[in-house]
Write a protein that binds this ligand. Sequence first.
Ligand SMILES: Cc1cc2nc3c(=O)[nH]c(=O)nc-3n(C[C@H](O)[C@H](O)[C@H](O)COP(=O)(O)OP(=O)(O)OC[C@H]3O[C@@H](n4cnc5c(N)ncnc54)[C@H](O)[C@@H]3O)c2cc1C
Length: 388
Amino acid sequence: MSTLDTLSEDERFVVRTVRDFVDKEVRPVVRELEHTDTYPEALIEQMKQLGIFGLAVPEEYGGTPVSTPCYVLITEELARGWMSLAGAMGGHTVVAKLLLRFGTQEQKRRYLPRMADGGIRATMALTEPGGGSDLQAMRTVARRDADGYLVNGAKTWITNSRRSQLIALLCKTDPEASPAHQGISILLVEHGPGLTVSRDLPKLGYKGVESCELSFEDHRAPAEALLGGVEGKGFAQMMKGLETGRLQVAARALGVGRAALEDSLAYARERESFGKPIWQHQSIGNYLADMATSLTAARQLTLFAAREADAGRRVDMEAGMAKLFASETAMQIALNAVRVHGGYGYSTEFDVERYFRDAPLMIVGEGTNEIQRNVIASQLVKRGGLDT
Ligand SMILES: Cc1cc2nc3c(=O)[nH]c(=O)nc-3n(C[C@H](O)[C@H](O)[C@H](O)COP(=O)(O)OP(=O)(O)OC[C@H]3O[C@@H](n4cnc5c(N)ncnc54)[C@H](O)[C@@H]3O)c2cc1C
């Protein structure tokens, strides 16, 4: 049974459509776009047409909603072509889910219809120059006054910042609160005076998509920008949003891992040494076997967490496990793909070196794997072990 068989007929069609898009439109151009670090404008336009920016938006707001397992498999397909494309819609989906779950009617009406067709895109800003893991120590502050909020501070590594018209900003509305998380809120921020994209960060992989520093200097946001209209709930809201974010990162890792496996399989069948295809050398065959086994396990774990999310259950532990295991798997598969390709694995004329540069982002992004282990361990203790 293929993984797709667990989806509805309509959802299978959507995943196959995205797979075709990747094979016909993405794979032929990805190496050039990646090496020149070019924003994939034309591909993003096609993704809009395919409804990819509306996957988490209900039909009443103009979206084309899919189940979380379907969302995972679509993300995997995109990342198989180019991880940056999957990254370009990741934060957008998390913000759409935050709006749906916590937004006021007015906030939903203002943003969701335009987010559904990619007319506006969204990102989330959590990480600061002083740290991304310890979010409660953040320094960005939004002070309430008669005209709304006055925001000061800095964020870093924010994906798509320049091209995102909506930024879900995690900030302190009560810096003196104890415990600190009770003073944290989410503001729905738009570009305007006092908000500067101050720097593009140079990076190892994840090319084509910008990662920037944001500077807030007396940036004005209206009172209506407060997500859900309630202060002090932002930390809990974002932790819920990150359940989706971590599934998305797990799915991106699946895509990179699958691309690396597919390329390795093709190469190992074609390349010969000592008079036979290299896959027939036991060491190379073992690499392929291990890649396929761990990738299958990672996909099943991610789909399990996705199904649990759709059943309405809390999935911080399950999404954390999926993200942890899928990202470490992608790292190992990308490394083994270099081994299988020998010298060509190190060549920029092949895709394998890109997988090797893209895979590490998934062990860091959306909470490092060290943080995932902390989450998993504390949930294990709280729940008294694993459900059996
Ligand atoms: C390309 C890219 C895109 C990104 N996009 C975004 C984005 O769109 N929005 C956004 O908000 N952020 C984004 N990030 C930031 C990312 O989420 C952070 O880098 C990540 O959360 C880690 O934060 P840090 O880099 O400050 O590391 P730190 O928090 O300084 O951690 C450094 C090291 O210490 C470890 N560590 C810290 N605390 C603990 C602990 N309690 N237990 C065990 N180990 C610990 C970490 O695991 C890590 O190994 C992006 C990052 C990259 C590289």
